[in-house]
Design a protein around this ligand. Structure first.
Ligand code: SF4
Length: 281
């Protein structure tokens, strides 16, 4: 397990970052590289299958979620263009699929399950990337996710939504950089910028359900990841090293009041409409 992004980058040296994460997994779990890659490959296939299994007619038990991922595709002349329209659609579909008890890959959590597939699946199609390349991207994402989990948190109950959708966004940004052939340092810069942009994001699920605002926050996480990956690939960075951003995220999470850490008592959950929805359940 890597305790810092710095140690992850050093372990990789001149090799690709994903290779260092793969080697670490083999050491940690005592498995062969083939076995590790087979497991990661399966996760990638499950992620893609989840999107294919999305059923636009399904609704969540409380009726708050469902159908909007498909509705997104019906918009003519999206302001964002067809690629981003697809990204938004996949993020919505996965958030809804989760709310409807469909099978998803928690990356890093169920609430944030839409971010990674929303950016990686459309990019695979657009850039005609192989599944092997996408598996490498998942290792890069996992490396950053590990560090975030060990230095801060990936749990909304512990660190607010910055820890869930924010972590997913940082992991996805790092993975996107690899998909486009960027360096490990650029992946770190992308992750750092993505986390900076969501610092302080609270966890305030209406009625305690992972639906409002969670489903649409996945869209935000995906868009943030794309922008930060592009900025990193252009040579930009956020001015604060990734490890320090992660530490700041941990400190902010610990200072959030309990009402804004998945209790469904603050933020949007405490609005008049949020309370009405909770009472009507
Ligand atoms: S608001 Fe809370 S429950 Fe919803 S996705 Fe964010 S962290 Fe998860």
């Amino acid at each position: 397990m890597f305790g810092s992004v710095g140690s992850l980058l050093s372990a990789a040296g001149d090799s690709p970052l994903w290779q260092a994460v793969l080697d670490d997994d083999c050491r940690d779990r005592g498995v062969s590289p083939q076995a590790s890659m087979a497991k990661m490959g399966k996760l990638w296939q499950v992620m893609k299958r989840s999107v294919m299994d999305y059923d636009p007619t399904r609704r969540s038990p409380c009726g708050l979620s469902g159908g909007q991922g498909a509705q997104m595709a019906t918009l003519d002349h999206s302001i964002c263009g067809p690629f981003i329209q697809e990204v938004i659609g996949v993020a919505l579909k996965m958030g809804e699929h989760n709310a409807c008890m469909g099978r998803i890959v928690a990356a890093p959590t169920a609430g944030a399950c839409g971010v990674m597939p929303a950016v990686l699946i459309p990019l695979q199609r657009k850039d005609r990337l192989s599944d092997e390349r996408l598996v490498e991207c998942l290792y890069v994402a996992a490396g950053f996710g590990q560090v975030i989990a060990s230095r801060a948190s990936i749990s909304g109950a512990e660190g607010g939504c910055q820890a869930e959708v924010g972590s997913a966004s940082g992991m996805a940004a790092a993975a996107l950089v690899h998909a486009r052939g960027g360096s490990g340092a650029q992946s770190a810069a992308a992750c750092a910028m993505a986390l900076q942009n969501v610092l302080g994001l609270v966890c305030d699920p209406v009625a305690g359900l992972v639906e409002v605002p969670c489903v649409k926050r996945n869209v935000m996480g995906a868009m943030n990841a794309l922008a930060c990956a592009d900025m990193a690939l252009a040579g930009l960075d956020g001015g604060i090293p990734c490890d320090e951003v992660i530490d700041a995220m941990g400190a902010v999470g610990r200072s959030l009041p309990t009402s804004l850490r998945e209790t469904g008592e603050g933020g949007l959950a405490a609005t008049p409409t949020g309370r009405k929805i909770a009472e009507g359940r």
